[in-house]
Ligand binder design. Structure first.
Ligand code: R5P
Length: 291
């Protein structure tokens, strides 16, 4: 097996390779003046299982880099190409919300399936599509970063209550609440646009003097958390911890969230200054098994 890291995922790829005691290579990515990417795998992958590590972030560039890297591995004689895409963008557009909209989740899954033999991802945003295998024609494996969040909470946060900001987050919040033996509540959210969400609160929630733990899969514009935090603060919680698997923190999200005094904790599926949890072991363990 040879693990190939692209762009911002080189550190993660190196760490996976170390845990698997297998070879590591980087791929050189250069750009032509028109923005076109060129990829070169910097070592031999002949007869290897080539593992291409790259989150779909920034989404559009990443898709091109992944399919170019996968094709280059195949052309160089790799016996199998495994795509490790810790963050899978495009999954939220899982239906046509307005007339004539493309259903990105299905299209991107179809495209990536042309280039890999298998794909591994972490906490993909599965909502109307229940399993990745419904949209990928290659083998698709879903892993979760929730055990890392559970471990963090168990070690460091006492007297807490878990709050899920929307119905989609319930799949993660319920699991963490069960493992950490904590009470939980799921709120209702209505998204008007990327930067505008409405959240329905349950004001019988007991948060006074408690540590509130908010868990979501993605923090993008940060507005979901921001609305939730601002409301909860009125009820004097002791502290507010926000966990997410994929910390995009687009635009002013980080600045606005930090201003609330909440603690932000994310994994390295998208490395940022809030990365505290490492998914390398989770990925390496799965790669050790048959894929
Ligand atoms: C959507 O339902 C997801 O689970 C997250 O709640 C959402 O991606 C967060 O987005 P934002 O940070 O832009 O509010």
């Amino acid at each position: 097996m040879k693990v190939i890291g692209l762009g911002s995922q080189v550190a993660l790829a190196k760490s996976i390779a170390r845990k698997l005691s297998c070879k590591f290579s980087i791929a050189e990515i250069t750009q032509f003046p028109d923005g076109e990417a060129k990829i070169r795998i910097l070592s031999d992958v002949r007869n290897e299982v080539a593992v291409v590590v790259k989150s779909l972030y920034p989404a559009n560039d990443a898709v091109i880099e992944i399919i170019l890297a996968a094709s280059a591995c195949r052309a160089a004689g790799a016996k199998k190409v495994v795509l490790v895409c810790p963050y899978m963008a495009y999954m939220r557009q899982d239906k046509s919300f307005h007339p004539h909209e493309a259903v990105s989740a299905r299209i991107i899954a179809k495209l990536l399936s042309l280039y890999g033999d298998a794909i591994i991802t972490i906490d993909p945003h599965l909502h109307r599509i229940k399993h990745l295998q419904q949209i990928f024609s290659m083998k698709a494996v879903t892993l979760s970063a929730m055990p890392l969040i559970e471990e963090y909470i168990n070690k460091r946060i006492k007297n807490a209550v878990i709050i899920g900001p929307d119905s989609e987050s319930s799949q993660w919040d319920m699991q963490v609440a069960k493992i950490c033996h904590l009470p939980f509540t799921i709120l209702k959210k209505q998204r008007q646009s990327s930067y505008n969400v409405k959240i329905k609160f349950d004001d019988t929630l007991q948060v006074k003097g408690k540590n509130v733990i908010l868990i979501d899969d993605i923090v993008s514009s940060g507005r979901t958390l921001l609305k939730t935090i601002k409301h909860l603060k009125k009820f004097s919680p002791k502290g507010i911890y926000c966990f997410c698997t994929h910390g995009i923190f687009a635009g002013d999200a980080a600045a606005k969230l930090l201003k609330t005094g909440a603690k932000l904790i994310s994994t390295n599926t998208i490395p940022s200054r809030f990365t505290r949890l490492d998914v390398a072991e989770t990925l390496a363990k799965r790669l050790m098994k048959n894929i």
